[in-house]
Design a protein around this ligand. Sequence first.
Ligand SMILES: [Cu+2]
Length: 380
Amino acid sequence: MVPVLATTVLALLAATAAFGLSVDEEPHEAAACAALKTRRGWHTLTDAEKKAYLDAELCLMKTPSTSGIRGARTKFDDFQAAHVLQMEIAHFVGQFLPFHRLFVWAHEQALQNSCGYTGAQPYWDETLDAGAFSKSPILDSILGFGGDGTGPNNCIETGPFANYTNPLGPGYAINDHCIDRQISDAQSAAASPSVVARCMNTTRYLDFWPCVEGGPHGAGHGGIGAQMLNPISSPGDPLFFLHHTWLDRIWAQWQDGDPAARLKDMGGNNRQNLSAMPTGPFPTGGFPGGFPWGTVLPTATGSASQTRTGMPPVGTGAPGGFNMPGMNMTRPADVPEPEVVGDPGNVTTLTHLVYLYGLVQNRTVGELMDTRGFLCYEYD
Ligand SMILES: [Cu+2]
């Protein structure tokens, strides 16, 4: 039998060497989950709860980074910086949802451990604002994230984050700038209940994930626009975390629909192949049915009956999609190509390692399938 564990450790060591960052080799001990935290929607929080979250985020923005990740100045930047390095293997791939599950959780841990936040990570139920993001109460200038961008650079000029100097982005650039937005109500339309329902009605991860990534995911990023629309540097807008927590909730609810099957159901490609992607802005309303490509993808089970159409082909490919002028999506020489660790084939499996450069312990996709394990949360 192939020594899978040894192979994984070797791959881990290779990844460690490549990034010069520590990767623990200890077996992962599931931390005890004494009491599940309940993540709730922003629209349902009390004023005090909203203020506590916004204050904790502001605290992260004032706390110096200790991660050493390229470009990060504060602990808020750490997450954006890690996302920049992972972009190529975290989107349009099978680990899209588990990667962002750990990513959002790591941010929630930082709010709690570095800034004394005692609440759970809230989500933005975008079905309540689909097609009308510009009127969402989440953009409140006092108890929200501030409004649309204005002026030549689309800087947000209201709300608690108006004066933040973000050192990363757009894309791979390292460059001081404001948090910017360019809200599009039209592009927020695919956050609608009917699109979410279409995703929820799928029965396989291989259909569910691209439906979510192409539909509601794209709606949130396109609906807020500017930095949020940049697949590389989008976590520079603090709304990112509420958007992705909402997507994580959709996944968790879908899993709850058939836990026996769906807490183990994984698949998809390990690396992007965006060569078939269009460039330019999202079409109005996003891609409500999923990705717009027409090729066949194998799955984790390898079963011929589990192929689907409408997916990008497996293989490596430079990011070419959505590469509009100024988005800086061409990876520069000082950014290493991210390595796929623990998953030697082209198909995403439960042994696939999700890593965030030491921000939190590395986890396998298998460990991230159930929010009620070490992650220790559920949704209302
Ligand atoms: Cu992302």
